[in-house]
Design a protein around this ligand. Structure first.
Ligand SMILES: *Cc1c(COP(=O)(O)O)cnc(C)c1O
Length: 225
């Protein structure tokens, strides 16, 4: 695995997919998903110029990123895994963006933490587009009410995120997420992973989340998917 080469190849594929797309987003950013990857691997990606990273566990991120953020102040960190209400304080302190807002109780906890600390990450709402019972995310029909609840609390909701069912064609899920974003006046769409990020670009992704294709196959399980 050569992390700089992988990164360059993926950036090139994103650029090509944007060229081929009829209506790509104004920009598509690569979120390097570094869950289970040790600090060394992340430093290799940083050395190659990558600054945007995603993690799915608060505790793991708390161990890895304070040192990395000191060395690379422009590092931007996104939470892409489920967030428990009792971890909101830590998450708000560490992450620049939380992509997994999926219930009103969590919005309440974030607003309370923002009122206490004056700090709030930018937010995406995770949508369970496949309505899978075991998966995190708000159901499509509940997206509008969660967004208005978050907006009432002045939370900075900037977009939507989804993880389509592994067995499905992702296209209808990406299309649904894009429609829900349009209907709710949101700009950002986080969708597409190693296997389907080019398809996501075609449907207007502003953020693609790629792990394996950058860092190689993960040894450990990762709960999220
Ligand atoms: C692990 C993960 C990814 C990256 O998946 P790959 O298939 O390794 O690219 C993307 N999004 C989320 C939420 C993840 O947990």
């Amino acid at each position: 695995m050569n992390i700089p080469e992988n990164l360059a190849a993926i950036l090139a594929r994103i650029a090509l997919a944007r060229k081929a797309a009829a209506a790509p987003a104004p920009a598509t950013r690569l979120v390097a998903i570094a869950k289970t990857i040790p600090e060394d691997g992340i430093r290799e990606a940083l050395g190659a110029g990558q600054r945007l990273f995603g993690e799915n566990r608060v505790q793991e991120a708390q161990k890895k990123y304070p040192a990395l953020k000191t060395d690379f102040p422009d590092l931007e960190l996104h939470l892409v895994g489920p967030l428990q209400s009792n971890k909101v304080r830590e998450a708000v302190a560490l992450f620049d963006v939380i992509q997994t807002l999926d219930r009103e109780k969590l919005a309440d906890a974030m607003a309370a933490e923002r009122d206490k600390t004056g700090k709030c990450p930018r937010l995406l709402v995770q949508v369970n587009t496949g309505e899978e019972p075991q998966k995190a995310g708000v159901l499509p029909r509940q997206v509008a009410s969660l967004i208005s609840a978050a907006r009432e609390k002045n939370l900075p909701v900037e977009g939507l995120m989804c993880i389509p069912p592994a067995a499905d064609d992702a296209a209808p899920h990406f299309a649904l997420l894009a429609k829900l974003a349009r209907d709710n006046g949101l700009q950002n769409l986080s969708m597409g992973m190693s296997g389907d990020f080019e398809l996501a670009v075609k449907f207007g992704a502003t953020h693609v989340r790629v792990g394996t294709a950058i860092f190689g196959t993960r040894a450990v399980d990762d709960q999220t998917i």
